[in-house]
Design a protein around this ligand. Sequence first.
Ligand code: BES
Ligand code: MN
Ligand code: ZN
Length: 501
Amino acid sequence: MDIKVKVGELSKTRTDAILFSIFEGVKKLQGDLADVDKVLGGEIAKLIRQGEIKGKLSEITLIHSLGKVPVSRVTIVGLGKNKELTQDKIRIAVAEACNFLCEKGARSIATVALGAGSDGITPQISAQAITEGAILGSYGFRRHITKDSEQGEIKHLIIVGQNKANKTAIQHGADEGKIMAEAANLARDMVNEPSNYMTPTNMAEEARKIAEKYGLEIEVLKRAQMKKLGMGALLGVAQGSNQPPKFIVLKYQGNNSGTIDIALVGKGITFDSGGISLKPSENMGDMKGDMAGGASVLAAMSAIAQFKPKVNVMSIVAATENLPGGRAFKPADVLTAMNGKTIEIETTDAEGRLTLADAISYANKQGAKRIVDIATLTGACVVALGDVTTGAFTNDQGLVDKVITAGSEVGDKIWQMPMFEEYKTQNKSDVADLKNAGGKKAGAITAALFVGEFAENTPWVHLDIAGTSLLDKPKGYYGKGATGVPTRTLVRLVLSLRKRG
Ligand code: BES
Ligand code: MN
Ligand code: ZN
């Protein structure tokens, strides 16, 4: 989608549709909307009086201008109550309005800095939210459909500012929003891709493409190198598959200090069948998305490379399939992880934490100052928080606070879960240092505690996105399928670590 910023009057813009907004409970029209209403003979005011336009969030009203203004469609989207307006509501309203207009055949839309002037909403913030809403909301995954889509897409979005100063702010917001939303869509593409198109090798190629396009350093370790490093936990998982595992490391250098300010570690199971502890076949296909954490860290790097903060970031994805077979690892096997800890395999379906164990040990060995891992780790987290909220687990309150704040700034809901010592007994093994599953109770927490054993004393946050990475029906700026969560949170987090000077 091409985004342009102009100075002028919205009602004079020549696009397929123009988009205004209205707050809930507004009786008297003001500004641009009042001007258009006048030209339309008071039609909008009438709809408000009659109760058709209420201004509720995402309520859409289409008025055909019948030649009275240069644009044939005048659209008004509700933003809910003025006092309760957030950036995320702007994203949602714009996404829904774009989808509505796209279905009506519009290919170009013009709007203004919707909601700007409300508490905390500057023209820049509004423009960013509008851009993100439009780009995220228009996303579709149609790569494997051979016939031409009848659906079409919105190709042009124009945000109209009132004056030059305003235009600069709006331009900044639009530029930032475009980078953020396109990164999230890149993550969605990788997650939606079926596992025969998104093998560990393909994932490494995606990472290479990102590295080349944005000038990042990349290293991809093969099985032999993983063996040398002693990554026995990761290699145990990879044993059952004919697809070679890939240990992907992408580096962004924002300063010359030589320290890694943060390592982003994403779970990269390109298909999780459960292995010998095979999953039931119902919905097993969803497990093509078990690399959503990995996709989000690679995609976040594409945005970070464009924002260029003075922060050094390393992102790591230990990519492999988890399949049964003659060479597969088995329940009761004992694996030795890179940091020397031994692990009894209770179930081969608790594979994510094994791959994270070695990826996190690698980050530690490289000297990462902070580690954030992102993983579709447990069904238990889906039971606890549904598809609305990501679970956060930590050994460092300061860092998790930063992550949660970054999430709230971009509209990703994140909730901290407890990590009390008492739960640790569930991960105890009779034959090894740890076992890879801690029973039915508190499954998201015992999984997090397992992963935490490998973060050791480094400040660390674990995000369980099992519920939030995939949706079974569209919602706001999300379509059905991959959400791209928490790509934008990760970018915002890294920007929040920005060093001065
Ligand atoms: N990839 C799954 C977790 C998952 C479940 C992600 C549902 C998305 C939606 C993970 O590897 C897994 O299988 N976890 C098991 C762990 C259990 C066997 C200890 C689970 O949650 O059932
Ligand atoms: Mn599993
Ligand atoms: Zn898994």
